[in-house]
Design a protein around this ligand. Structure first.
Ligand SMILES: [Zn+2]
Length: 266
């Protein structure tokens, strides 16, 4: 089995404030360590299930967070951002048997996490694909679907785990915390590691095809910006149309073009 793990930080156990996910702030270190340990636990669970090859994408902020020495030997780690449209799942293709996500978070506008957001919260009001408000989980899960790769496991906040159950009921989840207003209520960090390792092992030992998504034949994307200037500029992307002063629409049959649009206009 060849496994891909995409790791973010805002859904790592206990993360409650932006300072805790910002490498310029003193609080960052303890959560950098917990993120690294949660990714390592997912790798160990995959090895318990006899995975032969594991790729990890560090997909938070600079893409340079995970302490590589905490990961089991043999794991390949992708650091930084290549500029490829696949972004948080760079290098994912049909050679992989499963996609897993660790430390993921609720989408913009949801109450499940004080740090809920989707991509760049400073520019965007919303993105919908086929009328569904997207999270980073949904956006990147559809890349896996295009390549026939099942989304087998996710850890993150309770709000996101509820979305996963709705979108992809076969996917195993570990809820690390629940957001209440500007606070979080978390499980113990060691309990999170144990749960992640155990659930990953059992998920990869089960029927992976239960976690394969239907991939629609066409995609209608709406992007709402928080400034009309940004929408006007984005409306000049080939194939995009301005449908109101702050919103563009884009239609395609190829999901790669959705990711290309987002790379260039968001
Ligand atoms: Zn992040």
């Amino acid at each position: 089995m060849k496994i891909y793990i995409s790791a973010d930080m805002e859904g790592v156990t206990g993360v409650t404030h932006w300072d805790e996910v910002d490498h310029d702030k003193s609080e960052y270190g303890q959560f950098q360590k917990q993120m690294s340990l949660e990714v390592a636990a997912a790798c160990e669970g995959a090895l318990d299930a006899n995975a032969k090859e594991i790729w990890v994408k560090d997909a938070h902020y600079s893409g340079r967070n995970i302490l590589a020495g905490t990961l089991p030997k043999g794991v390949k780690l992708i650091r930084g951002w290549s500029g490829h449209p696949y972004s948080m799942v760079q290098e994912l293709d049909d050679s992989f048997d499963a996609l897993m996500m660790v430390g993921y978070h609720s989408r913009a506008g949801q109450g499940g996490n004080p740090l809920a957001h989707t991509l760049s919260s400073s520019k965007l009001d919303f993105i919908t694909i086929n009328d569904r408000q997207i999270s980073e989980f949904f956006l990147h899960g559809n890349i896996a679907a295009k390549h026939g790769v099942p989304v087998v496991f996710l850890s993150g906040d309770v709000g996101l785990c509820e979305e996963v159950q709705e979108v992809s009921p076969g996917t195993a989840t570990v809820a690390t915390m629940v957001g209440v207003g500007n606070s979080t209520i978390s499980i113990h960090p060691l309990d999170a590691l144990k749960a992640i390792r155990g659930k990953v092992k059992s998920a990869l030992s089960g029927e992976l095809s239960d976690c394969l998504w239907d991939h629609p034949k066409s995609f209608i994307v709406h992007i709402g910006f928080n400034k009309q200037q940004l929408a006007y500029r984005a409306s000049h992307y080939p194939g995009a149309n301005l449908i109101d002063p702050k919103t563009i629409a884009f239609t395609t049959n190829d999901y790669d073009q959705v990711m290309q649009l987002i790379l260039f206009v968001v």
